[in-house]
Design a protein around this ligand. Structure first.
Ligand code: KMH
Ligand code: ZN
Length: 273
């Protein structure tokens, strides 16, 4: 099996300091958390920009500051969010892609998201895919339900996407596909050949799905965006604590952990100059 790529989803758009006191918000806090996760074994950090008071923003300059602050500390792959938060416009969400980040997410369809609608219209998704490819950004395709994989298959046929793709199965969002082993195994069975994939289990699904993904040859995403607890009733103390647990389990399962450069090689990304 390939070495294990661990993504740390450091903050997301929805989690608050009230829910998780250690949530990183400012570019400097995000960079400190990124470095700790990288030292613990993460090779990718997935980041959302926030205003200083904590509300989500897709402001280009805030993303620029986050990327620069992380770069000053470590070589981890910075994956920006183009999902942003429910209710943001597509144009707003696309802003960080104009910075030509190493990697970005691309949500592959609309889904109810708790009480809201996470809207991803076909024409907007196509615009995102074209913009990312023009900027040389490695795409992570976010899959919240099965029909979204079918859309990827259509895009591969039409040539909008070419070659092996990298997927993130986001399982357990209220409104999306369940955070169960059956859901993960079904999605894996539907992947185009030569795909790479990771899983982001939401809440209590994070640890069991991460463990299953390691056994199935997939990769793993953990972090406060998806889960703020270490175990039932006990908040995690940091994103790095969640990464450290995955590294320990990976060692037992004979899945050595990838460095950022090894992750770049696995994902077919150029090595950073
Ligand atoms: N905040 C969610 C509505 C992404 O980062 O690309 C969407 C999201 C996906 O978090
Ligand atoms: Zn996100």
């Amino acid at each position: 099996m390939e070495k294990l790529i661990i993504t740390a989803a450091l903050n997301g758009a929805e989690v608050t300091r009230e829910q998780q006191p250690a949530l990183p918000i400012t570019p400097e806090e995000i960079a400190i958390a990124a470095e700790a996760c990288c030292q613990a074994g993460a090779s990718i950090v997935h980041v959302h920009a926030r205003h200083a008071e904590g509300t989500p923003t897709q402001d280009r300059e805030t993303y620029r500051a986050i990327i620069a602050a992380v770069r000053a500390r470590c070589d981890v792959i910075v994956q920006v969010s183009t999902g942003g938060a429910v209710g943001m416009t597509a144009a707003e969400r696309l802003a960080p892609v104009t910075l030509a980040p190493e990697m970005a997410t691309l949500s592959m369809g609309s889904v109810n998201f708790g009480d809201g609608l996470f809207e991803n219209l076909p024409a907007d998704m196509e615009t995102f895919a074209r913009a990312m490819q023009q900027q040389g950004v490695k795409i992570e395709l976010e899959i919240f339900d099965t029909g979204m994989l079918t859309t990827v298959q259509r895009w591969l046929k039409s040539g909008l996407l070419q070659g092996p793709q990298h997927f993130d199965f986001v399982l357990g969002i209220p409104g999306g596909m369940a955070g169960t082993h059956q859901a993960l195994m079904y999605l894996q069975s539907q992947l185009p050949p030569a795909s790479t994939w990771t899983v982001a289990g939401i809440g209590a699904a994070q640890l069991p799905l991460a463990t299953l993904a390691m056994l199935l040859g997939g990769h793993v995403r953990v972090g406060f965006e998806d889960n703020v607890y270490y175990r039932r009733g006990e908040l995690a103390t940091s994103n790095a604590q969640l990464v450290q647990r995955i590294v320990r389990i990976a060692a037992e399962l004979d899945r050595p952990v990838a460095t950022p450069d090894e992750a770049r090689a696995i994902l077919g990304m150029p090595r950073r100059g």
